[in-house]
Design a protein around this ligand. Structure first.
Ligand code: FES
Length: 179
């Protein structure tokens, strides 16, 4: 009886050891959630929730990672991610911008960064510009609180962002430049 518990723990430790090769802190946040749930398959919805909070949306790489860790077929993970309205898959814009609204970032002004981006692009969080150039999303903690406020531009986390810096960045993509 005792040995079953030990085996489960050893299994969980082995799974925890294989981290996402990118070293992206957001995957570490996900690892903690899955470990806490002991990699149970019925924790899938909870894990996807956490993933969406951390990444702003569910991209294929994240779904693959979750499927592998929970030992579920990818089709099942995709099925759940697309069935529930609360989950959004990768946004359709050519570029993506995710503003962290977690506590540390919010306290350091990420709300103002988001408002500036919304004003500049004319879209709200969760939307894509009419020309399909950029999707604007929010997250609840990217695991990068030390460099708050953090914004992810096309998958790359940028720290200590001001509204001006964030707007400069999306202007480099040619978004919202005055005609
Ligand atoms: S609250 Fe923004 S990275 Fe943690």
């Amino acid at each position: 009886m005792e040995s079953t518990g030990i085996k489960t723990k050893q299994k969980a430790d082995r799974q925890a050891a294989s981290e996402h090769p990118s070293g992206d802190k957001r995957f570490k946040v996900l690892d903690i959630t899955m470990k806490r749930a002991q990699y149970r398959q019925d924790a899938l919805i909870e894990v996807l929730h956490k993933a969406q909070e951390s990444f702003g949306f569910l991209e294929e790489d994240v779904l693959l990672y979750v499927a592998r860790k929970l030992k579920l077929p990818l089709s099942r993970v995709f099925g759940v991610a697309t069935f529930y309205h609360l989950f959004s898959l990768k946004p359709s814009g050519a570029h993506s911008c995710v503003v962290c609204l977690g506590t540390a970032c919010y306290v350091k002004g990420s709300g103002a960064v988001l408002s500036a981006l919304e004003n500049h692009t004319g879209i709200h969080q969760g939307e894509t510009t009419a020309d399909g150039q950029m999707s604007l999303m929010t997250a609840r903690c990217l695991g990068a609180c030390g460099i708050a406020p953090a914004v992810v531009f096309d998958g790359t986390v940028a720290g200590k962002q001001t509204a001006e810096e964030a707007i400069d960045k999306i202007k480099q993509w040619g978004i919202g430049n005055e005609a």
